[in-house]
Design a protein around this ligand. Structure first.
Ligand code: NAD
Length: 355
């Protein structure tokens, strides 16, 4: 620490590494002490941007000024770098997914315990506005008992980049986007156990790793959650669709377009049926206007820099970490169950893993 600032060493200066430097420029409690990337052109780029650059990982790890190593390399490199960093006396933030399996994570956790170092994971989408809106709606029971949540992200360009397409690097969409969406759901329902897991994977543009998936989780207390990632979807379904006994909420896109429709309590004595080609239906007829009310989504806004502020508070003052390893482990085990379900085409009785 220098002048009470927590000093980060950033490893990996690709898309996410650069994004970290932008976010951290607004966090005065933290300073980037230096950057290391395995590629020389990236080190040159970082230097040109005004950062100090290390010639090797060892050089960074032996710098006594570095308090925290922030790892933003491809997924398969997180574990070995994190373990070397903790052995060198550094605290560690790993990008998501922390690693590729729960046994790998257990090894990392053991090293954190042995060395007494702080290990956490950048699950930044807990601060996404769309998620915070849904969390508020659920917690405040705005829709009554929520019996179904659908959380989706859809794109149409296949798997981006290079290493994300390869199994050896921890590619695929379960590990890439799934880890975010599942972390959000488990954070939302932290105290509720999952009872069953079913999943299917897609391989439209890539045979080696999944280029999308759908999973259905059932939670104790009777909520079903669908989580879906698609990369071959030329028409996107809404980002969130939440069904409660008293109403429905939708968030359509990243711009937070959407609304809530709730029942007013006024009942229709006589439903006017709607005419369809094959006959009349009352069940699917639109509601009379006075029986429902349309409301705006609540305004909630997150600040991703809070993740880093929390890390600084953990290091400086022993504050409680926002992203805890037991939560990360729960997501990792759930991703393993998703792969297992997809491979066997079976619904997994998940209660055994949640005891
Ligand atoms: P990228 O390919 O753009 O960048 C990775 C960088 O790491 C490259 O510059 C590469 O040269 C470097 N690198 C590879 N191996 C290295 C090693 N052993 N030592 C040092 N440098 C090494 O990838 P990206 O999109 O920046 O993703 C990096 C990580 O960030 C991944 O784990 C990804 O899942 C994560 N990520 C997180 C978010 C988020 O919102 N939290 C978003 C995007 C990516």
């Amino acid at each position: 620490m220098r002048e009470n600032k927590v000093i980060y060493g950033l490893i990996g200066y690709g898309g996410m590494g650069r994004w970290h430097t932008e976010i951290l420029s607004n966090v005065p409690e933290i300073e980037i002490g230096g950057i290391y990337d395995i590629k020389e052109e990236k080190r040159i780029e970082a230097k040109e941007k005004g950062f100090s650059v290390y010639g090797s990982e060892e050089e960074m790890l032996s710098d006594p000024d570095i308090d925290v190593v922030l790892i933003a390399t491809p997924n398969d490199c997180h574990k070995p770098i994190a373990i070397r960093a903790m052995h060198a006396g550094k605290n560690v933030i790993s990008e998501k997914p922390v690693t590729l399996s729960s046994s790998d994570l257990q090894e990392m956790e053991n090293v954190a315990k042995e060395t007494g170092k702080f290990l956490t994971v950048h699950q930044n989408r807990r601060w996404d506005d769309d998620f915070l809106i849904i969390r508020k709606l659920v917690e405040e029971q705005k829709l009554g008992h929520v019996f179904r949540i659908e959380s989706r992200v859809h794109g149409s360009r296949g798997i981006p980049g290079d290493w994300r397409k390869e199994k050896i690097h921890g590619g695929g969409m379960v590990l890439d986007w799934g880890v975010h969406l599942l972390d959000q759901i488990l954070y939302l329902y932290g105290d509720r156990k999952i009872e069953t897991v079913y999943a299917s994977l897609t391989h439209i543009t890539n045979q080696e790793v999944d280029d999308g998936f759908t999973t259905i989780l059932t939670f104790e207390g009777g909520t079903e959650v669908l989580v879906e990632v698609g990369t071959n979807n030329y028409i996107s379904l809404p980002r969130w669709y939440v069904l409660g006994e008293d109403g429905t909420a939708v968030i359509r896109d990243w711009q937070l377009n959407g609304e809530i429709i709730r029942k007013t309590g006024i009942t229709e004595e006589k439903v006017v049926p709607v005419k369809t080609a094959a006959g009349l239906t009352k069940t699917m007829a639109p509601r009379r206007e006075d029986t429902i009310v349309k409301e705006e989504l609540p305004h909630v806004s997150g600040d991703i820099a809070d993740f880093h502020r929390n890390v600084a508070a953990v290091i400086r003052d022993g504050a409680e970490p926002e992203i805890k390893l037991f939560q990360v482990m729960r997501v990792m085990k759930l991703m393993e169950a998703i792969f297992q379900s997809a491979e066997t085409n079976q619904v997994i009785d998940y209660r055994q893993y949640e005891s």
